[in-house]
Write a protein that binds this ligand. Structure first.
Ligand SMILES: [Fe+2]
Length: 351
């Protein structure tokens, strides 16, 4: 499959993955044929990139960091816990701890590259966002070689970091326009609301609780609610940074998802902890599998495989040459050939 811009899809193209709306419903099922009437509907929902299946991209599949069956189970379990939480505002620690253990065990492999596919950026926001931040935080803790028990406590915080949003009215959370000052203040309250939900729970570590409370704080003392500054716990630094990356990579009601390249350049200007930011940048696939890229020799190809050694130099299946306007096919591993580099991501193969 390959990932193309919505403007490049043609009538009859085969959709390779379910296209899910922000609200969680399926807009287009995988294997269905694209029709012109869908284009506007996708754009209206800020969905600008779609995976399609065709002969050029046959056999190319995103390398999921987590086994899809385990991922489905995690999605269902977290959604279940969040739904229950809406009713009784009581967190089931053993259930969140079990989910954390599955996630941390699953991502214990050394060479994990995180593809945008792993982050499910189009789905129902709060709970998928918490899982996405949980995945990124696990990978970061692993890369930073943190202690197993600390990793577990921080990832538990990551999975629950935004639970305070459960109490915030949805029309404010999902407002497709600029927030008023009052609305912004209400949203800012989610960090303390989340902390209040878990505060009295004796089964949770202080690290987990602080991570939830302080994930919008920065080490220079900015952010909210406490302004802990240099005392900010590493858990809050990690989850706060993963939160920024995941939010920018996600579709929101008021803007489309940004590319990894755009997010990386924005994140460099943010006040997030530099080693944590660099660690995230080193594991996020710069060109997700299926992306169409232009190489410095004029060839155009589809990204086949990413490598944790350098996420900007994937293996590419070349299918076309721009200067000669000719089709041709070979595979180049940019980890092995440093004479060629990627110039830019393309909306599609220009054939
Ligand atoms: Fe948050």
């Amino acid at each position: 499959m390959r990932l193309i811009h919505v403007d490049a899809i043609k009538e009859g193209d085969i959709i390779a993955r379910d296209i899910v709306s922000y609200e969680g419903g399926i807009l287009l099922k995988s294997s269905s044929k694209f029709k012109e009437v869908f284009r506007e509907k996708l754009i209206e929902r800020n969905i600008y990139e779609v995976y399609i299946e065709d002969k050029y991209s046959e056999g190319i599949y995103p390398q999921e960091a987590i086994d899809p069956r385990i991922r489905l189970q995690i999605d269902m379990d977290i959604k279940n816990e969040f739904d229950k939480l809406k009713d009784n505002l009581d967190i089931n620690v053993s259930s969140i701890s079990n989910i954390t253990k599955i996630l941390v065990d699953e991502l214990s492999k050394e060479h994990v590259v995180c593809d945008v596919m792993d982050l499910k950026i189009n789905d129902d926001y709060t709970y998928q966002h918490c899982i996405g931040v949980g995945i990124l935080s696990t990978i970061v803790c692993r890369k930073l070689r943190m202690r197993e028990d600390h990793t577990h406590k921080i990832v538990m915080g990551a999975l629950m970091h935004d639970i305070g949003k459960i109490i915030i009215p949805k029309d404010i959370l999902n407002k497709p326009a600029k927030l008023t000052r009052e609305e912004y203040e209400i949203i800012k309250g989610h960090a303390e609301l989340g902390y209040k939900i878990i505060e009295k729970n004796g089964g949770l570590s202080p690290i987990t609780k602080l991570t939830v409370l302080c994930h919008h704080e920065r080490e220079d003392g900015s952010g909210y609610p406490l302004g802990k500054g240099e005392e900010l716990h590493i858990g809050a630094k990690i989850v706060g940074a993963c939160d920024v990356f995941h939010a920018l990579l996600s579709n929101r009601p008021y803007r489309q998802a940004l590319s990894v390249q755009e997010v990386t350049s924005i994140a460099q200007k943010e006040k997030i902890n530099a080693p944590v930011r660099e660690t995230i940048e080193s594991v996020l696939a710069f060109y997700p599998i299926g992306s169409v890229v232009l190489l410095s020799n004029g060839d155009v190809g589809i990204v086949e495989k990413n490598f944790v050694q350098d996420v900007t130099r994937p293996q590419v299946r070349v299918v076309y040459n721009m200067p000669t306007n000719k089709k041709h096919q070979y595979t180049i591993n940019l980890q092995e050939d440093y004479t060629i580099h990627i110039v830019q991501k393309m909306p599609d193969i220009p054939i």
